[in-house]
Design a protein around this ligand. Structure first.
Ligand code: A2P
Length: 322
């Protein structure tokens, strides 16, 4: 198997870099499939994945930690240090006095002393301690400055080797950069051929922020995803003509943009297939065809929009980038 290319993040302490292909662990309903998840993660480590993306709200931290423990005892990896682990601060903990405690809970779940990357999951706060579901009147003003200061403290304490955000627009990143003492290393957002995010990716590149792409296949079959990506005719034609799967075309396209790809599969053959995107490339003509696919966001996240909350429309949540 080819070595997965890595990138050095702008705030990463030490020498460990982030592998540009990672495995997602969000399975809905959250917390419903711990054993399946643990087995899938173990298989993923066995076939070569070294980067795992979790979040407090996914309830996948504990099975991830257990799978890693098993992987070490089975000799798939020598130590936790060979893996790159990302987790995320949930909105109910996006309050300055809750951030460090939330990360400590995450670390207990993972049975780890640090995460490689810790992200603010959404630019949203909900009532302290609330999880899912929450009601619209529990959405509160998000104090980006004070929450980010607490994230910076997580970095200084060594609990997170790098810090970043998720689901932030250019406007929100611009504001964050105006006061951050430690700039965000990563913005993790939805990216796939049907939601290419050209403006946001250019902005991030210019500012040295690494984009990580979630739902690179559109997260088919989930409550937040769309079937449209895997059913797209242009992608189907390219895949057929090239002798690749449609999934591989999507993943290669994301990878060629320089983004980190976070893909999820619980099937070992598809896990391998999803890693097999490194020793071939798309032609200029194929990239051009993909560039012309009409755009449609798969996960607009209406759940965070409320008539009395800080975001009254989707346009406000995404600052017009929708
Ligand atoms: P499965 O676990 O059965 O492979 P995303 O990464 O965008 O969230 O998409 C995840 C979904 O895509 C899962 O339903 C997963 O199903 C499916 N999937 C992952 N890899 C492939 C692949 N190579 N071909 C087809 N479907 C895939």
């Amino acid at each position: 198997m080819e070595t997965i290319p890595e990138v050095h993040l702008n705030t990463a302490s030490g020498i460990k870099a982030m592998p540009l292909i990672g495995m997602g662990t969000a399975v809905y309903p959250f917390g419903s499939s711990e054993t399946i998840l643990q087995e899938a993660i173990l298989s993923a480590i066995k076939v070569g994945y070294r980067h795992f993306d979790t979040a407090a709200i996914y309830q996948s931290e504990r099975p991830l930690g257990e799978a890693i423990d098993k992987a070490i005892s089975m000799g798939f990896v020598r130590s936790r240090g060979e893996l790159f682990i990302t987790s995320k601060l949930w909105c109910g903990d996006a309050h300055p006095d809750r951030v460090i405690g939330a990360l400590q809970t995450t670390l207990r779940n993972l049975q780890m002393e640090y995460v490689d990357l810790y992200l603010i999951h959404w630019p949203v706060s909900i009532k302290p301690g609330r999880e899912l579901p929450f009601s619209k009147d529990e959405i509160m003003e998000f104090n980006m400055r004070s929450v980010w200061e607490a994230m910076e403290e997580c970095y200084r304490l060594g609990l997170a080797k790098s810090i970043g955000v998720s689901n932030f627009s250019c406007k929100k990143l611009e504001f964050l950069l105006s006061f951050a003492k430690i700039p965000p290393a990563v913005n993790q957002v939805e990216v796939n051929p049907l939601w290419q995010q050209k403006k946001l990716r250019e902005f991030c590149k210019d500012k040295g922020i690494q984009v990580c792409a979630y739902s690179p296949l559109g997260a088919k079959g989930t409550v937040w995803g769309t079937d449209q990506v895997m059913a797209n005719k242009v992608l189907q034609e390219i895949a057929q003509a090239k002798g690749k799967s449609l999934a591989q075309i999507c993943l290669r396209w994301v990878f060629e943009q320089g983004d980190c790809v976070l893909v999820k599969s619980f099937n070992e053959e598809r896990m391998k297939q999803n890693l097999d995107i490194l020793n071939w490339e798309l032609t200029a003509d194929e990239r051009n065809k993909i560039g012309q696919i009409s755009q449609c966001k798969g996960s607009p996240a209406e759940v965070f929009v409320s008539c009395n909350g800080p975001y009254k429309t989707l346009d406000e949540l995404w600052d017009g980038e929708i």
